[in-house]
Design a protein around this ligand. Sequence first.
Ligand SMILES: NC(=O)C1=CN([C@@H]2O[C@H](COP(=O)(O)OP(=O)(O)OC[C@H]3O[C@@H](n4cnc5c(N)ncnc54)[C@H](OP(=O)(O)O)[C@@H]3O)[C@@H](O)[C@H]2O)C=CC1
Ligand SMILES: CC(=O)N[C@@H](CCC(=O)OP(=O)(O)O)C(=O)O
Length: 350
Amino acid sequence: MSKSYKIAVLGASGYTGSELVRLLLRHSGLEIAALSADSKAGKPMAEVFPQFAGVDLPELKKIDAIDLAEIDGVFCALPHGTTQEVISQTLAKKPNLKIVDLSADFRLADLDAYAEWYGHPHKAPELQAEAVYGLVEIHREKIRTARLVANPGCYTTTAELPVIALLQAGAIDPEEIVIDAKTGMTGAGRAAKEGMLFSEVSEGIHAYGVGKHRHMAELDQEFSEAAGKPVRPSFTPHLAPMNRGIYATTYVRGTGGTDAERMHGILADRYADEPFVTVLPFGQVPQSRHVRGSNMVQIGVVADRRPGRAIVISTLDNLVKGASGQAVQNMNLVLGLPETMGLEQVALFP
Ligand SMILES: NC(=O)C1=CN([C@@H]2O[C@H](COP(=O)(O)OP(=O)(O)OC[C@H]3O[C@@H](n4cnc5c(N)ncnc54)[C@H](OP(=O)(O)O)[C@@H]3O)[C@@H](O)[C@H]2O)C=CC1
Ligand SMILES: CC(=O)N[C@@H](CCC(=O)OP(=O)(O)O)C(=O)O
């Protein structure tokens, strides 16, 4: 059976791009038609990523060399700051494309907030107005009809899924949300950086972006919408010596007598029918290694020793549900395919 939609992956020579290729090769509705690269343009994909040796894939081309005539959908897996212009130009050439952007370029609806957090004015404000924030479990219906979906960040997906559900239920105090999160190193992309050398990150852990990480803007936006008033959580990311995974420990205080067990019930009910979210039994703690390579999010809720407070732990694979898996989930929705198509694989464990 032929696959129904032809897909271009922009940034296929990067980590999220290669993860998209891995997922699309097993997708029965989406066919890889074009792959882009920048410095690695002209090379076979298998030379850039040897795991694809023996797999028939298009050669990596510069974005401008890609013929959009036959393309139905585009995944844009480019560094943030480069994507607004690329997507504007791509949609100008072919307005009826569906685009899922993995970068942060279209995530913030407020243009002033974008300029403040990213240090330059938005380069495509008219497109920002139509972009839909692609946190599927929260915004599914709006995503279905979108042309441009802004895939959420990896930290933000991890923390938002439990916290938004609790805020929407009015179960927690919006003034007292503290998120302590760890990431694996692939979150920084494949480009060489001194701070990402093995000798700089192995055998230790450190916080970064303390008090000012740009994902705070996304958290503010989504938490404020869920609470119906401005919310400013505390958030500190850490770099952990592992390849994949985000692990977020969130401290919350219940409102109106809501205790940790009740919060667990709210999350279990809310996500009972969600194919990619598992709420573990009350008191059980998730581990990042149990979601590695899958599109799953696991959430655990534990009672704090102080009454009315809970510790909510959520984890996902930054390259799958934190990026490329959620992007495929979004593309499935905008193209009218079953949401779980191509994403059924369970975690790679041990
Ligand atoms: N890594 C992660 O866990 C997550 C990443 N994201 C976001 O996804 C996007 C991609 O991230 P990731 O895959 O990690 O990044 P990588 O650095 O691994 O890959 C970047 C890709 O973009 C290409 N590229 C770089 N500069 C340009 C340019 N000026 N014009 C065209 N192409 C260019 C690179 O090509 P070449 O290598 O050939 O030069 C490469 O294919 C980023 O916006 C990132 O913030 C989102 C969630 C999670
Ligand atoms: C280790 C590391 O550097 N991680 C990245 C997060 C990457 C990500 O998923 O977020 P964006 O899509 O918003 O880039 C960071 O902290 O900026």
